[in-house]
Each structure stands twice: as C-alpha cells, then as structure tokens.
Design a protein around this ligand. Structure first.
Ligand code: ARG
Length: 363
C-alpha cells in the first residue's frame, strides 16, 4: 500500500490494454509498470510516452458512447503540446490545429493535447465550448447570434472583447493557465472556413444569409488516460449534416430557422398536421449537405454515418471488444427509425480512457 494507489491502479488498467493492443510483450509491460510505480512514488504523478498518449486518445474516442463517427478512431492525428506553458503558445498551437485539421476542406480528425493536470489549481483551460463558435447576445429586439453562447459572450465582453453585432460573430479564444487571469485571442480570419448555406432548388434560400463554420473543434472536454487528466485537449472530426441542419440552425433555442423557411416555402403553418416543420427541416438539411459538398468541406449525411457506425460495430465484435453506446445520442435527430441504430440496444457503460465534461465551473 502506498499513497496514490488509485492512480497506480488506473495506470495499470490502461497500460495493460494499451500495450496488448500495440502488440507489446509482457516483459515490456512489466518494465513500464515498475517505472510508473517509482515515478508515482516520487512525484505523485507520471508522464505518458508519446505512444501511450496517442493510443490513449484514440481509445478515448473509441470509448465515446455518444459518437456515431467512431469507425475512424484509429485515424486520429495526435499533436503532443504538453511542453507549452504560455497562453500565447497555446493559442498558436490551436491555430496550427485548425489549419492542419481543416486541410483545405478534406477534414482530418485531430487532437492537440496540452499539459496534464497535477492538481485542480494547476491546469490549462480553454473556456470556449468550440474553438470556432458564434457569439450570442440578448438585445431589446430578442436574441442575436447563437443563444448557446450568451454566457461566454458576456464574459468576453467584460474582458474587453468588442462585438461586430452580427448573427455570426466569431468568439475570441479564452485561455486560462494555473488560475491566472484569462487571456483573449482573436483567430485570424484566414484560417476559419465557413459555408454559406444555399439550396439546390430554392433560389430564395441564399437570401436568408445563413452560414455555418466548416469544422467543429470541441474544446471544453477533458481527456482522461490511465488516471491522468488533460484539461485542455481540443479535438475535431467532420460534421454530420443533422448536427447543423436539425439542431444548430433548427432548434427553437438556437437559430430557430424553421418558421422563416416554411414561410418562404409558403407552407400551411396554421396546422401542425400540415407537417410544415418536417418539410422545412428536410429542405434545410438538404441545403446544408449540398452547401458543404459544393465548397468541398467534408460532411457526412446521417444515413452514411449510421452505415459507418454499423461497420464499427462489426469491427469491435471481430476484435472481441464489448461495444458500448448511448442510444439517446447515437440516433440521428432526423428520421432516426430509418437507421439500424434506432432498432438496436446499446450498453452505455463508461470505459476509460474517455472524454469527460469539465467537473469544475471555470466561469
Ligand atoms: N454537435 C456539435 C455541433 O453541432 C459538434 C459535436 C462534435 N461533432 C462532430 N461531428 N465531431 O457543433
């Protein structure tokens, strides 16, 4: 028995699976565990090798029960930025990540991993939910922009950031290190790709002036590998169309575009039973997929994504791993019962490594 026995146990669980998957022998595993043991005894923590970090981040994706895109877990590019200490350097690494992952439109699943947490006051935090995200404002005439960003936007303005006041103002990046005052950085516009949403048949659609950014970079989740927490580990895949067309742009509490689209389509909005919402939703989603394809930014429709997920299920079976999944998230928000996922039961057990929502409230 020794202090930090719990950390050692978690490390052992991880190293055992990781080394087996990387085809390392028992001897190597034991040697590594002895190293980790003395490191934990001496420093109360331990450092991952690059190989462990890379495979751990991939396993964490594979274990993400809510993600329909997990077929591609092994293609994740992992940038190791654990050596960075200054906010400016973290910001530059984020810009590099955005450029690399956007890749001129052929999106590459990527994660950048910053310094691990040693205790709760010793951490790197990115305040933003995503690296690229639109601001949201409450005004006298209702909300402007993305309502899901209202509280972060307020904070940014308190910290001196100035709004343009459009529906699509890109928020600055807010970086906090070791409990010091957060620093704000504006992303250079050249590295941000955005897509104007147009419709293949409805000419009037472009006049709505709707757009969305090309790639979702989640920056508010923590990566846990073998008992070690990485509080800043932003990652991205490519979009599934419904995330934008059936949620971001359609939710009543987000951009709420169904009424205006239905109005332009001259649908009978006086009765629910005309299914005007469903018709508008369908056309909006057609427009999203069409627009991303048109400008050449990777996107997947929910039918193809579900088929890919079924390949993932098959591969996990063949690898003799128990598949875990969260049905409530895996089903797409449009036509769910048209996919096999709707008709399948999933075990929602949380395995490690994994990505977690932040425990501490940081703003
Ligand atoms: N649903 C989030 C959004 O609409 C993005 C979540 C991650 N999505 C992804 N395709 N990797 O912005």
């Amino acid at each position: 028995m020794f202090d930090n026995e719990e950390l050692y146990k978690k490390a052992e669980d991880f190293i055992t699976i990781c080394y087996a998957e990387l085809n390392k022998g028992e001897e190597e595993r034991q040697k590594r565990m002895e190293q980790i043991h003395s490191e934990i005894v001496n420093t109360a923590t331990y450092l991952h090798t690059y190989e462990e970090l890379e495979h751990g981040a991939k396993m964490a994706w594979r274990n993400s029960n809510r993600c329909i895109g997990r077929l591609f877990w092994n293609s994740l590019t992992v940038f190791d930025k654990r050596n960075l200490q200054r906010e400016e350097d973290v910001f530059n690494a984020l810009c590099e990540h955005i450029q690399f992952a956007t890749n001129g439109g052929k999106v590459l699943p990527t994660i950048t991993i910053f310094r691990q947490q040693t205790n709760t006051t010793n951490s790197v935090y990115i305040w933003n939910h995503q690296l690229i995200r639109y601001a949201g404002y409450e005004t006298e005439h209702g909300t402007l922009g993305d309502p899901s960003s209202i509280s972060l936007t307020k904070k940014c303005e308190e910290l001196g950031w100035e709004r343009d006041g459009t529906d699509y103002d890109i928020l600055p990046i807010v970086i906090e290190i070791d409990g010091q005052a957060p620093k704000l950085f504006q992303l250079p516009t050249e590295i941000i790709s955005e897509v104007d949403i147009v419709h293949p048949q409805f000419d009037w659609f472009k006049e709505l002036g709707v757009k969305w950014y090309g790639v979702p970079f989640i920056s508010d989740m923590e990566l846990e590998i073998g008992g070690i927490r990485y509080t800043a580990a932003p990652f991205n895949g490519w979009y599934m169309g419904t995330e934008i067309g059936a949620r971001n742009l359609a939710d009543q509490k987000r951009y709420n575009l169904l009424p205006i689209i239905a109005d332009h389509m001259e649908l009978d909005m006086s009765s629910n039973a005309s299914l005007w919402k469903d018709k508008a939703l369908l056309e909006l989603n057609i427009a999203v997929l069409y627009s991303y394809k048109k400008v050449g930014i990777s996107i997947v429709d929910h039918h193809t994504a579900a088929q890919q997920f079924s390949h993932f299920e098959e591969k996990e079976r063949k690898a003799d791993r128990d598949l875990t999944g969260d049905w409530t998230w895996l089903i797409p928000p449009m036509s769910p019962a048209v996919t096999h996922i709707f008709h399948t039961k999933y075990n929602n057990k949380k395995n490690n490594p994994n990505y977690y929502y932040r425990k501490v409230k940081i703003f």
